[in-house]
Design a protein. Structure first.
Length: 92
């Protein structure tokens, strides 16, 4: 809930700045949402490049666990490999 309030507050601040500068919003809502999606995807380029520069591979599993949740806002489902790991119940 806190993130929604912060997002609304920042949006209001930008709207006030637009009004003070006497400019209109730069894009209709649908185009603005596509622009926001582009921003979310673009934010994932930096971690991807850092990973490549460190010599690590960019795998589908990494994209699903690291990038998709940040773009979609939905937590990644556990992969099959993680789901099949034996659980240590402490019994020897």
């Amino acid at each position: 809930m806190k993130l929604y309030v912060i997002s609304l507050a920042v949006g209001l601040l930008v709207g006030i700045i637009y009004a003070i500068l006497q400019v209109r919003s730069p894009a209709p809502p649908a185009i603005a949402l596509i622009g926001l999606l582009g921003m979310l995807i673009g934010e994932q380029i930096v971690p991807s490049v850092k990973r490549l520069m460190a010599g690590e591979a960019i795998t589908v599993a990494w994209l699903r666990s690291e990038c998709v949740p940040k773009i979609s806002g939905v937590e990644a489902k556990p992969t099959l490999a993680k789901a099949e790991q034996p659980k240590d119940d402490g019994v020897a």
